[in-house]
Design a protein around this ligand. Structure first.
Ligand code: ZN
Length: 241
């Protein structure tokens, strides 16, 4: 498909399933966790995001996550996020499965977002399981201090999925159904190397058009009907409007 044909296919689609990854948010100035200039290289190592490390030494996590949290909270959705929200305003049913934890799809106005890797928006108590808005503990994050549960006093953990921790099952279950039910699927800003998100394209019904927009080529490019390695924030508005 060329871009004109892709635009036409998108116009005809009624139920769209979308998978988004870090590339979606780097255009909003947020660091990519895994790339060369990603957060592991510049801010910390992946070990900080390991659940065992967090259990033993939560201070290490909070002392380095502060700047990232601040960045996420103040980040604004980019033209790519806004284009996805626009599809909903056009009357389409759009479900977004995202590997991002930054809430930028919600900020852009998208209403159905399945957060496969959790979210930075809330924190939960490791003991009593009570959940709180992360913004209520902003000063702890900013100062690199460990926030504690107002109910029982135990350490609060961000609801983003750490290494060594099981993914929340419900978002992935809903994402699979969305891909199964879609009449068009889009893969945006992910190189499709991380499981289980990279299994989602496989759930689409045979013959369902698939668009891939990602900086680098992916293993699924040859199966896609439309592929672009341009910026999402430039290509997507062109397809949508
Ligand atoms: Zn508690």
């Amino acid at each position: 498909m060329n871009i004109t044909e892709a635009k036409k296919a998108l116009q005809n689609a009624k139920k769209i399933a979308v998978l988004t990854g870090a590339g979606m948010s780097t255009e909003s100035g947020l660091p990519d966790f895994r790339s060369i200039n990603g957060i592991y290289k510049t801010l910390t190592t992946a070990l900080t995001f390991h659940i065992t490390m967090f259990r033993i030494y939560p201070k290490r996590f909070y002392s380095v996550i502060g700047p990232f949290y601040g960045q996420c909270v103040s980040a604004e959705p980019n033209t790519g996020h806004l284009a996805l929200a626009e599809l909903e305003r056009q009357g389409k049913h759009v479900e977004i499965a995202t590997q991002n934890v930054d809430c930028l799809h919600q900020k852009a106005g998208s209403s159905i977002v399945h957060e496969i890797h959790g979210t930075i928006d809330t924190v939960s108590c490791r003991k009593c399981r009570k959940r709180f808005k992360a913004s209520d503990f902003a000063e702890f994050f900013a100062a690199g201090n460990v926030p504690h549960c107002p109910k029982c006093g135990k350490v609060l953990k961000p609801d983003l999925t750490f290494f060594g921790e099981a993914l929340p099952s419900e978002p992935m279950r809903k994402a699979k159904l969305a891909f199964l039910d879609a009449d068009l699927v889009m893969i945006l800003g992910t190189s499709l190397q991380v499981s289980p998100a990279n299994t989602l394209p496989g759930y689409r019904v045979k013959g369902t058009p698939m668009f891939i927009i990602n900086h680098d080529p992916t293993q699924y490019d040859e199966y896609a009907d439309f592929v672009s390695h341009e910026k999402i924030g430039e290509i997507l508005p062109e397809l949508v409007n």
